[in-house]
Design a protein around this ligand. Structure first.
Ligand code: AMP
Length: 282
């Protein structure tokens, strides 16, 4: 496995591999969720193709400086995990090598970015689109693999590749969870033990809405209220940042829920913000 830190070194090294070339973009602090994406990438690449994993805590997608500062960084362990999971190339650049001091061009997505995480994190998805397009340009993958845990991010990136004719196939992978149902996240390490024990209620809340919908309830308001009550039963001070029920494709509010939809939430435990979502069939 090769570790590359300078963008200019990528193209030359990547020439050593045959197709296909599969990219897994991450911000590091790798856990089983990321490793599932790596396994999927390895399968797609086969024995002779190339799996590239990027480790980069992208400053332009953080709206809160303290979140950027506190984002866990575990480079040595990440590299070790990449090595043992069959990654061919780790690209781990310094921010200074990815953004010129006077950089002035970025990608703006102006529809799917508005609800959910975009409503409370101004500029977040423009930062995501910009770094993902830069990584696509640097690595020129055939396929890039993303997790459905970040459902809105996946939708925004699909839209970017469609609208800008980016020749990269986008694959979505199901959310990987801890045994108690909590979606795996690098941020989980920042929860206190009590918060960690409380946080699976996020999943329970979405499951409760899902099962009410399966039993015939189509009122978005009722489904959201079912989920809200489960989250608000917290004894650890969990606070809802957003809880929304949206059309699965357009990410517009939907009521009644008679087409494929997602129910998605972000919940704060102190400064730790956790997200999760669940798909509802129409
Ligand atoms: P991050 O490092 O948080 O930016 O995540 C990098 C990639 O891993 C994104 O495509 C995420 O959606 C994906 N990912 C993070 N957590 C999970 C999870 N629990 N299950 C599946 N994919 C995940």
């Amino acid at each position: 496995m090769k570790i590359i830190t300078q963008p200019a070194d990528l193209p030359g090294f990547l020439k050593n591999f045959s197709a296909p070339r599969i990219l897994v973009p991450t911000m590091g602090a790798l856990h089983e969720g990321h490793l599932t994406l790596v396994r999927h990438a390895r399968q797609l690449a086969g024995d002779s193709g190339c799996v590239i994993l990027t480790l980069f805590v992208n400053p332009t997608q953080f709206d809160r400086p303290e979140d950027l500062k506190r984002y866990p960084r575990t480079l040595e362990n990440d590299i070790h995990l990449c090595e043992s999971h069959g990654v061919d190339v780790v690209f781990a650049p310094e921010p200074g090598s990815m953004y010129q001091p006077d950089h002035s061009v970025s990608v703006v997505e102006s529809a799917l970015s508005h609800p959910l995480c975009g409503a409370t994190r101004p500029g977040h998805f423009d930062g995501v689109c910009t770094i993902v397009l830069k990584l696509f340009n640097l690595t020129q993958p055939d396929t890039a693999v993303f997790g459905k845990k970040d459902y809105q991010q996946l939708a925004v990136i699909r839209r970017m590749t469609r609208d800008l004719n980016v020749p990269v196939h986008i694959e979505g992978v199901e959310t990987i969870r801890e045994p108690n149902g909590l979606a795996m996240s690098s941020r989980n390490t920042r929860l206190t033990p009590k918060q960690h024990a409380d946080a699976p209620r996020i999943r329970r809340a979405l499951l409760a809405a899902h099962s009410a919908h399966e039993n015939g309830e189509t009122s978005a308001q009722t489904l959201l209220e079912i989920a809200r009550q489960e989250i608000m039963a917290t004894r650890e001070g969990a606070e809802i940042d957003y809880l929304e029920l949206l059309d699965a494709d357009s990410l517009q509010a939907i009521d009644p829920v008679t087409a494929p939809a997602i129910i998605a939430t972000a919940v704060f435990y102190d400064t730790v913000r956790l997200i999760d979502n669940m798909e509802l069939t129409g």
